[in-house]
Design a protein around this ligand. Structure first.
Ligand code: UD1
Ligand code: CA
Length: 486
């Protein structure tokens, strides 16, 4: 929360095109660590307890606004991208309580939609410094051996910050300045009024928000710089390489936090874990695992290599074997899943369930101790405790138009390669013979055999192969020898 007594308004600049991304998608919507870049700025603003958050949109405005719908932010459309000064004013004008009448009422924080690495803790420190110094305008700055491309911070002999000079207008002496402008500022409530005095830059014709510093200075107001400890935080993702770097930094941050909290990541550079995921103690994450959305993993779970798990709940001691894909699934304590298993939405597994390779479940409730070891499709079905589902079992849930429900009781034994044609009910402790096509309900405790009766024709092979001896001799020497002996 914003722990000062002054309320905080946040303006997020996100109207630029981002041409270097070379994309049909607006730059600020490119995902970083699983969510559109701009949502990281929104999240930071909200974690600071901002009173109002305004996102300035322009290029791809409708898409950006749609992506942020429901987050509680408001939008200001910047009709033409005439520079950061103009963008700021569009946003400030959309703030409910802006303007000189409310001077002293609020601080305004300016963020960009393309700097997903800024930590809320850094912003909190910036705000605290701003308030502790009684500053009117505080710039977040960093230092680089070579700050080419950034605006440079110019100070007077006393060390006070007086103005910002952009790369294009900088003298050689100014270009040598290592302190650069991150583009993040905290301003007092005079900012909109002062920003109206910004004139187009003589070099580019754009309205530079950076000119605000000199305007504050001229108004006799105290301006300061707050230096970043970690300049990675203001690294903008300007093109696809910047995007990948931002992704790597954010991923490392998330992974490090999990490791500090008692999770083993065997090769963390290969794991993508969204910040919405929670992991318990002594969870082991093998290489290549991807964890997304609202996934919750309890203590002691093992996540096998190259598994992708989305919006799923894994209870204590679950083992997911390599190459499994889970989405919207609940896996009960002590269950094991995979390798190569697929649990689709609505899969709810009780405790100690065993799901083996090439088993697919969808909208399926499998009670405690159910086993489906190999090659099965279980859709729109409930299965009672301890039922054994043989290899190759298919729940034929779809008639071409509608899905139908199947209920299988507890303690049932389903023989291999059986098809249960839905809607079907199978009673507790029933048996289904291997290879059955079950098209009638089976009562409790019964055995159902639903397959053609076997015919065995003695001597059939000798007659069949004997009719083509020459070809068999050429292609199948063992069989030719066998035929000779008949
Ligand atoms: C700006 C700063 C520079 C600073 C740098 C840090 C100015 C004049 N310069 O330069 O001092 O070192 O950021 O990254 O402010 N935007 C709009 N509407 C516009 C123009 C920009 O919304 O009309 C948004 C962009 O989408 C972007 C942000 O403002 O998120 C910054 O714009 P950009 O053009 O990248 O500014 P820089 O030239 O990098
Ligand atoms: Ca930029």
């Amino acid at each position: 929360m914003n722990n000062s007594n002054r309320p905080l308004d946040v303006v997020i600049l996100a109207a630029g095109q981002g041409t270097r991304m070379r994309s049909a998608l607006p730059k600020v919507l490119h995902p970083v660590a699983g969510r559109p870049m701009v949502t990281w700025a929104v999240k930071a603003a909200q974690e600071l307890g901002a009173r109002n958050v305004v996102v300035v949109t322009g290029h791809g405005a409708a898409a950006v606004e749609a992506a942020l719908a429901g987050t509680g932010v408001s939008f200001a459309r910047q009709q033409q991208q005439r520079g950061t000064g103009d963008a700021f004013l569009s946003g400030a004008d959309a703030l409910p309580l802006s303007g000189s009448a409310q001077a002293g009422d609020a601080d305004i924080l300016v963020l960009y939609g393309d700097t997903p690495l800024l930590r809320p803790s850094t912003l909190r420190a910036l705000l605290q410094d701003h308030q502790a110094r009684g500053s009117a305008f505080t710039i977040l700055t960093g230092e680089l051996p070579d700050a080419t491309g950034y605006g440079r911070i110019i100070r007077d002999e006393a060390g006070n910050v007086t103005r910002i000079v952009e790369q294009k207008g900088a003298t050689d002496a100014e270009k040598a300045v290592r302190e650069f402008n991150s583009g993040v500022y905290v301003m007092d409530a005079r900012a909109p009024e002062l920003a109206r005095q910004i004139v187009p830059n003589s070099v580019t014709g754009e309205y530079y928000l950076t000119d605000l510093l000199a305007l504050y200075h001229a108004a006799g107001a105290a301006a300061h710089a707050f230096k970043l400890a970690d300049i990675d935080e203001v690294m903008g993702a300007n093109d696809r390489t910047g995007l990948a770097e931002a992704e790597a930094i954010l991923r490392r941050r998330i992974n490090t936090a999990h490791m500090r909290a008692g999770v083993t990541l065997i090769n963390p550079d290969t794991n993508s874990i969204e910040d919405t995921v929670t992991l318990g103690q002594d969870v082991i994450v093998e290489p290549g695992v991807i964890l997304r959305g609202k996934t919750r993993v309890a203590d002691g779970v093992i996540l096998g290599a190259y598994s992708v798990i989305t919006d799923s709940v894994l209870e204590t001691g679950v083992v997911i074997k390599p190459h499994s894909v889970l989405e919207g699934a609940v896996v009960g304590a002590g269950s094991d899943v995979g390798p190569f298993a697929r649990l689709r939405p609505g899969s709810v597994l009780g405790a100690g369930v065993h799901i083996g390779n090439f088993v697919e479940t969808k909208n399926a409730r499998l009670d405690a101790g159910v086993k489906a070891g190999h090659l099965a499709y279980l859709g729109d079905v409930t299965v009672g405790a301890e039922t054994n589902i043989g290899a190759g079992t298919i729940i034929a849930n779809f008639d071409g138009v509608n899905k139908h429900q199947t209920q299988v009781g507890a303690g049932v034994f389903i023989g291999s390669n059986s098809t249960l044609i839905a809607p079907r009910t199978v009673g507790d402790a029933a048996f289904i013979a291997a290879g059955s096509a079950v098209h009638e309900d089976i009562p409790e405790g019964a055995l159902a055999i639903a397959r053609g009766k076997q015919r065995t024709m003695e001597g059939w092979s000798r007659r069949y192969w004997g009719g083509m001896r020459e070809k068999v001799g050429q292609k199948l020497p063992w069989l030719a020898g066998w035929l000779e002996k008949q």
